[in-house]
Design a protein around this ligand. Structure first.
Ligand SMILES: *[C@@H]1O[C@H](CO)[C@@H](O)[C@H](O)[C@H]1NC(C)=O
Ligand SMILES: *[C@@H]1O[C@H](CO)[C@@H](O)[C@H](O)[C@H]1NC(C)=O
Ligand SMILES: *[C@@H]1O[C@H](CO)[C@@H](O)[C@H](O)[C@H]1NC(C)=O
Ligand SMILES: *[C@@H]1O[C@H](CO)[C@@H](O)[C@H](O)[C@H]1NC(C)=O
Ligand SMILES: *[C@@H]1O[C@H](CO)[C@@H](O)[C@H](O)[C@H]1NC(C)=O
Ligand SMILES: *[C@@H]1O[C@H](CO)[C@@H](O)[C@H](O)[C@H]1NC(C)=O
Ligand SMILES: *[C@@H]1O[C@H](CO)[C@@H](O)[C@H](O)[C@H]1NC(C)=O
Ligand SMILES: *[C@@H]1O[C@H](CO)[C@@H](O)[C@H](O)[C@H]1NC(C)=O
Ligand SMILES: *[C@@H]1O[C@H](CO)[C@@H](O)[C@H](O)[C@H]1NC(C)=O
Ligand SMILES: *[C@@H]1O[C@H](CO)[C@@H](O)[C@H](O)[C@H]1NC(C)=O
Ligand SMILES: *[C@@H]1O[C@H](CO)[C@@H](O)[C@H](O)[C@H]1NC(C)=O
Ligand SMILES: *[C@@H]1O[C@H](CO)[C@@H](O)[C@H](O)[C@H]1NC(C)=O
Ligand SMILES: [Ca+2]
Length: 541
């Protein structure tokens, strides 16, 4: 199906695969090293890498979990270290494709890392972008390098990505002999925050920014990730519920109450805002423990556990003040914060940044700690400015998306940010549509995967060939962004695909359109719900 789609691609996409510009790629790649004149940079590697190469990264930190990457197109790989101070710097890679389209693409990072997303470099270069990425100033998915080194923290908050854009654009021009035409950004999670940091504070860096599931209002979010431990307790607390029971007991109960609100029983909660989940029905018949069969059952819970679950799905307040939206119900099939220990990013942030003490006891964090973290906001890492006028005024385009089944970053916070931009700039959603569109992706977890039609071109999603990718701008947010920036045709919605077993070769399981906020995808009540035509985007306010 996808292979047929490729033949139907609109004309502009052909530009993606035809070299805009002829020059001797091979000899440029072998001679460029001596011509790189980038201040503070030390080049460590320049290699011609043919399509089909399986690159391995033996020195990559194991916590990055990226030991290898299949390269999908001929490219010149350039790696360098760039100093940002006398005690900080970042590792940088540029994957410069033979089939360059004149476009530049910068990619982001996950978690607290520390990890170049090689899969995004493979994706961008395969589509003809001169694609760059960094380790964001330190190695590995850890906050330890922040300890007593604000320069490493500055790199993480904003500097690595901004500096790498300057370096990357310079390198692109030096390599191809002409400057890039358009500049793009693609990132999710921390990568989403980096994209919005650019839009807010470095509006000249990009013409088009895709920011998924952004880790914005960063300090409140870190606090929120830490506060769940106080609700669940450790694994011996009476409130604690083992992860497999979140999956096998709570999640089916959430679906029983909320899956069919959208009219279709398919495991996808189209709009979790409509779900007011109540775990009361799960409480064991004899919670006092008289019925041993019952209380030890894997199908019922105690009243203390039920109360814990209610709290998990409440909005988060610090010292009586609203701080961060609730965890959305429907996300508990991937329990992340309920494992009976302080969440690793909160742990690292409080130890290595807030208290500069690697031994700080993070099991007793409470309101005063949450408030302190918010107050520190190092290098404005909050990334929470609602004024995007500088970006808008230079015709920049911003696309955010958020999986509605994201159990790591509340999807409601992306709605909250949208509203914040509306309020700050005094614009309504029609006016915002001119430069900022937000898509809610039902059944998508954190950035990727899930039971929904989650493949929207946000990443390579395991594709082993360019032909595995659906490049139609109706189904691919990256090519949709290119069309928006270069042709002024904005995406009205995004058609997501669910492959059988998430494998392209196994065929399409179903497709569903995802609407731009504040519209809601609504089932027509009669059509085949696995077909996108049976749903439409409707205004619900
Ligand atoms: C480059 O693009 C051409 C079409 O313009 C295509 O035939 C070729 O396979 C591409 N090469 C690579 C390495 O992607
Ligand atoms: C470039 O290098 C590749 C791989 O070594 C080779 O197959 C190709 O013929 C070379 N092209 C030119 C124009 O030298
Ligand atoms: C690439 O090599 C690694 C390590 O040898 C291997 O685990 C991985 O499966 C390979 N990937 C592909 C796509 O062949
Ligand atoms: C090079 O790094 C130093 C800090 O070590 C910094 O002050 C300077 O601005 C950097 N130069 C450029 C051009 O970025
Ligand atoms: C690093 O630079 C700072 C000024 O930015 C200076 O105070 C410090 O002594 C330098 N440290 C080293 C090790 O050179
Ligand atoms: C940049 O865009 C111009 C105008 O569309 C085009 O003529 C030129 O070939 C492009 N440059 C590159 C390097 O693609
Ligand atoms: C790259 O930066 C160096 C040093 O600032 C400068 O000399 C060079 O002209 C730049 N190259 C391009 C293509 O901008
Ligand atoms: C859980 O916390 C209690 C109270 O602090 C403590 O006594 C107990 O050892 C902890 N259990 C585990 C498994 O950590
Ligand atoms: C104990 O609970 C089980 C499971 O809910 C139920 O089947 C059984 O009838 C209960 N036994 C008594 C004595 O209440
Ligand atoms: C509860 O069930 C588990 C697994 O079946 C068993 O290991 C445990 O001993 C039981 N506990 C009680 C109090 O019956
Ligand atoms: C944070 O942002 C505020 C407002 O834009 C600005 O005044 C301040 O200088 C920034 N602080 C840092 C450390 O960048
Ligand atoms: C999906 O994969 C699983 C295990 O890999 C397999 O058992 C199942 O049959 C597959 N489902 C389909 C519909 O192919
Ligand atoms: Ca449903």
């Amino acid at each position: 199906m996808l292979r047929n789609l490729r033949t139907l691609l609109p004309v502009f996409l052909l530009v993606l695969t035809s070299p805009a510009h002829s020059f001797d790629f091979n000899s440029t790649c072998s001679s460029i090293a001596s011509q790189i004149a980038i201040p503070n940079a030390t080049v460590s590697l320049v290699d011609f890498v043919p399509a089909g190469t399986n690159l391995t990264f033996p020195n990559n930190d194991p916590s990055c979990a990226r030991p290898s990457q299949l390269v999908l197109t001929d490219m010149c790989r350039i790696a360098m270290a760039v100093a940002t101070s006398n005690r900080s710097g970042f590792d940088f890679e540029a994957w410069l494709p033979r089939n360059w389209t004149g476009r530049f693409l910068s990619t982001g990072n996950p978690g607290l890392s520390g990890c170049i997303q090689f899969e995004d470099l493979a994706y961008g270069s395969a589509l003809g972008f001169a694609t760059v990425g960094t380790n964001n100033g330190h190695d590995g998915d850890t906050g330890a390098p922040f300890l007593n080194n604000p320069d490493v923290l500055a790199d993480f908050a904003f500097r690595a990505i901004h500096t790498s854009v300057l370096v990357g654009k310079n390198l692109t021009e030096a390599f191809y002999g002409s400057p890039h035409n358009r500049s793009y950004y693609l990132g999710c999670s921390t990568g989403g925050r980096q994209g919005l940091k650019s839009v807010q504070d470095f509006p000249e860096d990009f013409d088009g920014v895709i920011a998924g599931a952004p880790v914005i209002d960063f300090n409140h979010l870190i606090d929120w990730t830490g506060h769940f431990f106080g609700i669940t307790g450790n694994s011996s607390a009476p409130t604690f519920l083992p992860p497999d029971q979140w999956i096998s007991v709570v999640h089916p109960d959430v679906l029983a109450q909320c899956d069919e609100i959208d009219g279709v029983k398919d495991g996808v909660i189209e709009d979790p805002n409509l779900c007011d989940y109540d775990p009361s029905g799960l409480v064991c018949a004899d919670p006092a423990g008289g019925n041993q069969t019952d209380t030890n059952s894997t199908t019922c819970i105690t009243e203390a556990q039920a109360e814990m679950i209610r709290e998990v799905f409440q909005p988060f307040f610090i010292q009586g003040k609203f701080a961060y939206p609730r965890m959305q119900p429907g996300t508990e099939d991937v329990p992340i914060y309920y494992l009976g220990e302080p969440f690793m990013y909160a742990r690292d942030w409080f130890r290595f940044v807030v208290y500069s003490d690697p031994n700080h006891d993070v099991t007793t964090l409470s309101d005063k700690d949450w408030a302190l973290a918010e107050e520190l906001d190092p290098f404005n890492i909050s990334t929470w400015s609602g004024d995007l006028s500088a970006f808008r005024d230079r015709q920049g385009k911003l696309l955010t998306f958020h999986g509605q089944a994201d159990g790591l970053v509340s999807s409601r916070n992306s709605e909250r940010y949208y509203r914040r931009v509306e309020a700050t700039m005094g614009l309504d959603n029609t006016e915002l549509d001119e430069f900022f569109r937000f898509f809610r992706i039902s059944g998508m977890g954190h950035c990727s995967t899930g039971v929904g039609a989650w493949e929207v071109g946000q990443n390579l999603a395991g594709a082993g060939n360019i032909s595995d990718l659906n490049l139609d701008p109706g189904s691919n947010i990256l090519t949709a962004m290119v069309r928006w920036v270069e042709e002024g045709v904005a995406p009205e919605d995004v058609l997501g695909t669910k492959f059988v077993n998430d494998t392209v070769e196994d065929g399409v399981q179903f497709a569903r359109r995802h609407c731009r906020y504040p519209l809601r995808n609504t089932y027509d009540g009669v059509g085949d719900p696995t077909k996108e035509e049976s749903w439409s985007c409707q205004r619900v306010e």
